[in-house]
Ligand binder design. Structure first.
Ligand code: NOJ
Length: 570
């Protein structure tokens, strides 16, 4: 760590999914003025940076991750003036605002793609990935796609475009064609757009699937695993051959001359610790931090729809590896949740009897690690997965396309629905639960997606008024990072690696040492550590219980108990 740590080492980022945060005009969809009206709440929580999921003009095929105008605000969210007002209010409060940058793909309605598809000799043809049918096949027939890759949203990654008799690539939906980053004009246009937003005053970017920008241009077929319809294209587009070059170039072209603090975080499915160390090495000037996905893959089997029991020792091993792997060079981002993941308390905690305790525990063990914490809207209330009654209540393209393709392949609808209930992204996309008024205070109109019926018990108004709420626990954790250098910067040392229920670690930065202990189970648990004696008179920094209990030479932990002790190193 450099002697002058970056500002974001002590900061907490709050992710807003604008569509579901707060609706000011009663159309059932959250908007920018809605966010403006809730800034007091975010200030009370104490977060430093807001990250907005996409608010740009979009056909909303993938809720805004399909952009048709990078410099325009979608009318459902408001106008550029609304945006200016939001940004000014955020800055007035001493907070920063980070935009979502979605440049692996555009919408198929973006003028670039409209031009590109218009003819084979259009100057923008090469801005996207166009390829003829596989040799020896008839274009448009099954199996004629240029590669055998499956898209993230079911079906092939290629769509045949009859007018020019070629296929275009889309790793996501057919309305999200992939930009060809090999073409320098594409990169220049993206950098120009980024500078335009920075000139307006935004404070950085969260970069959508940032490690997919570079692809293996030979586009080889992928391995077809048993039971799968499509080949695995990952080796061809995850951290591809030119990815470090592209991100370094972006940094040089966009950020190098910026004379104010900014933040860049690359979303990077499949990224390894070694690669993350390269991406986030400050000397290489690529990105400040990445979102890795290892810990949110441990309760999944062969696909995201295949839920398996979480083994806590694997979760700990994973966190430990990331913490130690980026200890000297690089930086971690810390998250349980975002708009693509089911709710953390339902997934890793207990959303029934122990909802409050386990929500606090999850926040404690994550946000006491070294890295920049990300809070996804509603996590600070302990919001849970939503019990959708039928497929008609789901809105997410990934979920709906999976349902259709699984049924078409002969799967049992009950099995498919059970998997969707656990893993659907819509679990995290239901409206923010503000209070007990109709629609949870999110909107005066009918929300675009159902409100979780538990809003009568789980809501911001109640939690602001309750000193023992999940919200207040989050607030204290966020504050600790600012007030205690050891929380922000201390070394991380794993403890009890093989314990099946207790997650424990030390943090150390002279003169302070911390002990973090958490019982990831609904049963009492015991924990013995080598230096147990030195903690007997330690200060209780934060806990989700009344205090902590030591019996002889061990800690006696109650169900879902978590605490943090601090002592001065002699
Ligand atoms: C990752 C985003 O977080 C997700 O919501 C989106 O569907 C894909 N990238 C495609 O943009």
């Amino acid at each position: 760590m450099a002697s002058d740590p970056a500002w974001w080492t002590r900061s907490t980022v709050y992710q807003i999914y604008p569509r579901s945060f707060a609706d000011s005009n009663g159309d059932g969809i959250g908007d920018l003025q809605g966010i403006v009206s809730r800034l007091d709440y975010l200030e009370a929580l104490g977060v430093d940076v807001l990250w907005l999921s996409p608010i740009y003009a979009s056909p909303q095929d993938d809720n805004g991750y399909d952009i048709s105008d990078y410099q325009g605000i979608d009318p459902v969210f408001g106008t550029l003036d609304d945006f200016g007002e939001l940004l000014a209010s955020v800055h007035q409060r001493g907070m920063k605002l980070v935009m979502d940058l979605v440049v692996n793909h555009t919408s198929d309605e973006h003028p670039w793609f409209v031009e590109s598809r218009s003819s084979r000799d259009n100057p923008k043809r090469d801005w996207y990935w166009w390829r003829p049918a596989r040799p020896g096949t008839e274009a448009g027939s099954p199996g004629a796609e240029p590669t055998n890759w499956g898209s993230f949203f079911s079906g092939p990654t290629w769509t045949y475009d009859e007018p020019t008799d070629e296929y275009y690539m889309h790793l996501f939906s057919r309305k999200q064609p992939d930009l060809n980053w090999e073409n320098p004009d594409v990169r220049a246009a993206v950098y120009e757009m980024m500078r335009w937003w920075l000139d307006r005053g935004v404070d950085g970017f969260r970069m959508d699937v940032a490690n997919m920008l570079s692809k293996d241009v030979s586009l080889p077929d992928g391995l077809v695993r048993p039971g799968f319809e499509f080949g695995d294209g990952w080796p061809s587009f995850i951290s591809g051959p030119r990815i470090h070059e592209f991100l370094a170039e972006m940094h040089a072209e966009v950020f190098a001359g910026l004379d104010r603090p900014f933040l860049t975080v690359g979303e990077m499915p499949g990224v390894t610790v070694d690669d993350a160390a390269l991406f986030t090495d400050p000397a290489r000037r690529e990105v400040d931090m990445v979102f890795q996905f290892e810990h949110v893959g441990l309760d999944r089997g062969t696909s995201k729809w295949d839920a398996v029991r979480l083994d806590l020792t694997r979760l700990k091993r994973s966190f430990n590896r990331w913490q130690l792997g980026l200890a000297d060079i690089g930086w971690n981002s810390l998250y349980w949740d975002n708009h693509d993941q089911p709710r953390a308390v339902s997934r890793f905690g207990d959303d029934g009897e122990h909802r409050v305790r386990s929500a606090k525990l999850l926040a404690t063990v994550l946000y006491l690690q070294r890295g920049t914490p990300y809070v996804y809207q509603g996590d600070e209330l302990g919001m849970t997965n939503t019990p959708f009654a039928s497929i008609d209540e789901y809105r997410d393209i990934e979920t709906l396309r999976h349902y259709r393709s699984a049924l078409a392949a002969g799967a049992d609808p009950r099995v498919v629905m059970a998997a969707i209930a656990v893993a659907s992204r819509d679990n995290a996309r239901t409206p923010m639960q503000w209070d007990t008024t109709p629609h949870a205070g999110f909107s005066t109109g009918e929300p675009w997606i159902g409100v979780n019926p538990n809003f009568v018990d789980v809501n911001a108004a109640a939690e602001l008024a309750d000193p023992s709420s999940v919200f207040q626990h989050y607030r204290r954790l966020i504050e600790l990072r600012r007030t205690h250098a050891v929380v922000a910067l201390g070394d991380y040392r794993p403890l009890l690696a093989d314990d099946p229920v207790v997650f424990a670690f030390h943090r150390r930065l002279a003169p302070d040492e911390l002990l973090v202990m958490a019982n990831f189970s609904g049963e009492p648990a015991n924990a013995s550590i080598d230096d147990v004696e030195v903690w007997r008179d330690a200060e209780l920094l934060i806990s989700n219980d009344d205090g902590f209990t030591m019996i002889d030479d061990r800690f006696a932990l109650r169900p879902w108990e978590a605490f943090v002790l601090r002592r001065t190193i002699p």
